[in-house]
Design a protein around this ligand. Structure first.
Ligand code: UD1
Length: 402
């Protein structure tokens, strides 16, 4: 099916990665429906998506972009629904029988918090996802792209990390929800193959109770697990980015808040790791590249389905290049034009020295590659933070939703 005919349900579509992905989907010709409970995100992000999509449409007038003239509510049907709310999800699928796939971002993601309230994390991430999968099954929508994380590799035995590196459970409750969900999705695929074989057998034997009248069905699931490395940056327009509620947990949003004076200085969590400068190494990738990875994933799932292939597969989404904390501070200082204050403190519990991807499988099979540079990532993040020091909370140019 061509993208222009496909409707994608994006859960968590108002969040940082979700909103950038919604924009890339629209720009790639998909119809998008968003579900988000707005617990850690803002509807304003979809207004920004709408604005950016109109800019894309104006720059390349074609019939594909005619829908950019629609009001945001029509262009992107939005449901403030929690993934734990089964009736709410059912209503979304009833209203939109055209949904063919789901990109599932919704979930809780603060590592430290997950250690304090693990049951909340297991409830939202695991029960919420199982709920979503059951509703998808009920509506015969069996194609999903899932937000996994490099955290599933724990402290990997070798760098760069291929997808075949062991998946571990020695980590935070948040990290474990990602591992468990990967297993749940794999189990679902295995079970769906058995169900499909049984269905075909029943039809052959004419024991399906349909007297041969029932059309052949396909019960098989197509699942893609995308293991993100460290998403960073913002849309190059400077009007869409990460809107952190409270003090950021992650390095780049923390640094950007130091740059606008909201935070005093960066705490560098340890400089005694076995790396060149003693700080941890991560594989930072631009959020726009990451968003494109989801479009590539959907295209791949379609190609595989067209070839009769279903099942579950994992891909790393990273650049393949690692940078230390000090490398990142230096690169961001360059973008800001000043040296930001920092202090080396104790290590943070749970940090591992190096998480750098081997992205070659995604490069080859998804035809996807992270293209943006570290400098672009930092410049775009700074443009966003400088223009929106309070994120989406204060919006001089765009009114709040009524
Ligand atoms: C973290 C999570 C990971 C999650 C990802 C995305 C941990 C252990 N891992 O990845 O599971 O998928 O976020 O949300 O939390 N750093 C500082 N000072 C800071 C913040 C970070 O020095 O104020 C350092 C960290 O020690 C780390 C690096 O910066 O070495 C990157 O940290 P962060 O941005 O939090 O990402 P991860 O820890 O890699």
């Amino acid at each position: 099916m061509s993208p222009s005919k496909q409707a994608i349900l994006v859960t968590g579509g108002c969040g940082y990665i979700g909103s950038h992905t919604v924009l890339r989907l629209l720009e790639s010709g998909y119809k998008v429906i968003v579900v988000d409970n707005l617990s850690n995100s803002s509807y304003e992000s979809l207004r920004r998506v709408h604005k950016l999509y109109a800019i894309t449409a104006a720059a390349s007038p074609s019939a594909q972009f005619e829908d950019a003239a629609l009001p945001v509510e029509t262009l992107i049907p939005f449901y403030q629904v929690d993934i734990l709310d089964r009736h709410g999800l059912v209503k979304v699928f009833e209203d939109h029988p055209e949904i063919s796939s789901v990109i599932h971002f919704a979930g809780r993601k603060a590592v430290g918090e997950s250690g304090r309230i693990p049951l909340d994390y297991y409830n939202v991430n695991i029960s919420g996802t199982v709920n979503l999968l059951q509703v998808m099954e009920d509506f015969h929508v069996r194609k999903i792209v899932f937000s996994s994380s490099a955290t599933v590799y724990g402290n990997p035995p070798s760098i760069p990390i291929p997808e075949t590196s062991p998946i571990v459970t020695v980590m935070s409750p948040y990290g474990r929800t990602k591992v468990f969900l990967e297993h749940i999705l794999k189990d679902l695929c295995v079970a769906s193959v058995i169900k499909q074989q049984q269905h075909l057998q029943d039809r052959t034997n004419n024991t399906d109770g349909a007297n041969g009248a029932e059309v052949e069905r396909n019960y098989e699931w197509s699942v893609m697990l995308l293991r993100y490395f460290n998403p960073a940056g913002a849309h190059p327009s400077g009007i869409m980015g990460e809107d952190c509620k409270g003090t950021p947990n992650n390095l780049m949003p923390f640094l950007s808040q130091v740059a606008v004076g909201k935070l005093e200085r960066l705490a560098v969590f340890g400089n005694d790791y076995p790396t060149d400068d003693g700080t941890c190494i991560r594989d930072y990738l631009h959020v726009v590249d990451l968003a494109q990875g989801h479009v590539a994933a959907l295209e791949k799932l379609d190609q595989e389905q067209a070839a009769g292939n279903y099942g579950c597969k994992a891909y790393n989404l990273g650049t393949g290049t690692g940078y230390s904390v000090f490398d990142m501070v230096k690169a961001f200082n360059k973008a800001v034009g000043t040296d930001l204050p920092y202090k080396v403190t104790d290590r943070r519990a749970g940090d591992v020295p190096n998480l750098t991807s081997d992205p070659r499988l995604a490069n080859k099979e998804l035809n996807w590659r992270a293209e943006k540079t570290l400098d672009e990532m930092c410049a775009d993040l700074w443009r966003w933070q400088r223009n929106n020091p309070d994120g989406y909370a204060v919006s001089p140019s765009i009114p709040h939703p009524v």
